[in-house]
Design a protein around this ligand. Structure first.
Ligand code: CTP
Ligand code: MG
Length: 231
């Protein structure tokens, strides 16, 4: 079974402190969003890209989609996002070709996801119905309240979670609907599945390079990674 992807680009990029949405900033001559668009467009298993954007950036993104080099045809639907990431995903779920399909949810602000990671996630979701990408944490993590350390959390069990996060559309939609009813806002899709579904969520080992461009120094790291890949 193939998959559809919800590619998120409808944020404001406030922490990037730039004059425009960070997914449109250039990374070595190409807009950030073009990198992941390119990766999904050239994955033969990807049958539909749902690009979730701000209303007033849709023309611009339509142009960008036209410029991506493609080896195959993958239809792109552009939809308007919501005021929270979770609502943007929900809007994307509404326009799936078939809600029984597998859906990958990916942050447009993560340009470095690779085809081999998509393949691993796709294989895992078909085995267990869930698959999310992440890496074990490297730093020591402590819980701190009002400037005082409360405890050190055993690091062996801690992972940093990334995207793509992959589920079956109908199962993710049910979790979203329950979250909407209760007014629960999660920071990722997995947290909704953990809270509203019986399904255990499977981890797939990603890469420390699959960073989310969040603050200005991330752009420098991102540029260094593109340079290395090109050299
Ligand atoms: N996103 C979205 N809709 C929202 C909020 C975020 O589609 N209402 C997308 C962003 O475009 C980004 C991804 O979700 O690709 C991850 O979110 P984040 O890194 O928080 O991006 P922003 O919300 O844009 O940044 P900030 O929180 O700094 O404003
Ligand atoms: Mg945000």
């Amino acid at each position: 079974m193939d998959y559809e992807v919800i590619l998120l680009a409808a944020g404001q990029g406030k922490r990037m402190k730039a004059s425009r949405n960070k997914i449109l900033l250039h990374l070595m001559g190409k807009p950030v969003i073009s990198y992941s668009l390119n990766t999904f467009m050239n994955d033969p298993a990807c049958k539909h890209i749902i690009l979730v954007t701000q209303q007033d950036e849709q023309e611009l993104l339509r142009d960008l989609v036209g410029k991506v080099k493609k080896k195959q045809h993958c239809p792109v639907t552009i939809v308007t996002g919501g005021c929270e990431r979770q609502y943007s995903v929900y809007n994307g779920l509404q326009v799936m070709n078939n809600q029984h399909n597998i859906v990958m949810v990916h942050d447009g602000a993560r340009p470095f996801v690779t085809l081999s990671q998509l393949k691993m996630l796709h294989k895992k979701v078909r085995e267990t119905r869930t698959a999310i990408l992440g890496v074990p944490v490297k730093d020591t993590i402590k819980r701190v309240v009002n400037g005082t350390v409360q405890e050190t959390i055993p690091r062996e069990t801690l992972w940093q979670i990334q995207t793509p996060q992959v589920f079956y559309g109908n199962e993710l939609l049910t979790a979203h609907e329950q979250a909407n009813t209760e007014g629960f806002l999660g920071t990722d899709e997995s947290s909704l599945i953990e809270k509203y579904s019986e399904l255990p969520v499977s981890m797939v080992l990603g890469s420390y390079e699959n960073i989310k461009l969040t603050t200005p120094e991330d752009m420098l790291i991102g540029e260094a990674m593109v340079k290395r890949k090109r050299s």
